[in-house]
Write a protein that binds this ligand. Structure first.
Ligand SMILES: [Zn+2]
Length: 272
């Protein structure tokens, strides 16, 4: 009975020590904790204390206080700046097969973007995702070697297990894009109405013919900024006209989140 009580107390102290260790405290605090450990474990020899406390900082888990466990978050945010010279060649076959529906469910001005509700399938490196919607940001959220683009389109997908994958496409100034024009016309025509428009559109025109991309693990770029989102940023932009960029910017300009630190993450490059 007494032994069990003593052990519990000892573990509690070690738990506190583990928390201090994780918070990255300096030498002084470590010394303080050492002496308090020794005080409360008079029966234990010094050698054992040293051995156990060393383990405590590395692997000790206090299963009695799981709500106090430290966990990392905020280290895998999006968007990022893609440094092309630092991208590693992807080892696996990352080929994309995109089969998006041409019959659009609805075009919605959701208060922070123009969002197109659409269905369809994406097969990414052999795994199946369902298209949920696509929407646009101006200027682009991702940058490439520090350069931003006038518009960035996000195709948002979900797998059966809930995993999210976003395929991003940059729009650059060039010739007019028929599919983008159909979206702009639909937004204009339906500004006052909630009725689904029955729009039909060749979604392939919103994607580059060559589907080489940069891949990394990031987050949603709007709250709740959920992490572990797979990003596939198309290396080749799609052209839209200067008039079309101006027309979109009448609705939204500046709905781009700032680039976030890459940290320890890798950016992979897949060449089609
Ligand atoms: Zn987005």
């Amino acid at each position: 009975m007494n032994d069990a009580k003593g052990l519990k107390k000892y573990l509690a102290v070690l738990g506190a020590f583990a928390l201090l260790g994780l918070s990255g405290c300096g030498q002084e605090q470590t010394a303080e904790t050492d002496s308090s450990v020794q005080e409360t474990t008079e029966q234990t020899s010094e050698a054992v204390v040293e051995e156990t406390t060393e383990a405590a900082t590395e692997a000790y888990l206090d299963y009695e206080n799981q709500d106090e466990w430290d966990f990392e978050s905020g280290e895998m945010q999006s968007p990022i700046n893609i440094e092309t010279s630092a991208a590693e060649a992807m080892v696996e076959d990352g080929s994309l097969t995109l089969d998006y529906a041409e019959e659009i469910i609805d075009v919605v001005d959701n208060g922070h973007s123009i969002e197109i509700e659409d269905g369809g399938q994406a097969t990414i490196a052999g795994r199946s995702f369902e298209l949920a919607q696509f929407h646009l940001h101006s200027p682009s959220e991702h940058t490439v070697d520090g350069e931003s683009f006038p518009i960035e389109l996000h195709f948002v997908h979900k797998a059966q297990d809930g995993r999210l994958a976003v395929i991003a496409v940059f729009f650059k100034e060039g010739t007019e894009n028929a599919a983008f024009q159909a979206i702009l016309d639909d937004v204009q025509a339906n500004e006052e109405s909630d009725v689904a428009s029955g729009l039909s559109l060749n979604v392939a025109e919103l994607l580059p013919a060559n589907k080489s991309y940069y891949h990394y693990l990031g987050s949603l770029t709007t709250p709740p900024l959920t992490e572990n989102v797979e990003w596939y940023v198309m290396a080749n932009p799609v052209e839209v006209s200067a008039e079309q960029i101006a027309a979109f910017n009448e609705y939204y300009e500046g709905n781009n989140r700032e680039v976030q630190p890459l940290g320890e993450r890798s950016v992979l490059k897949y060449e089609e």
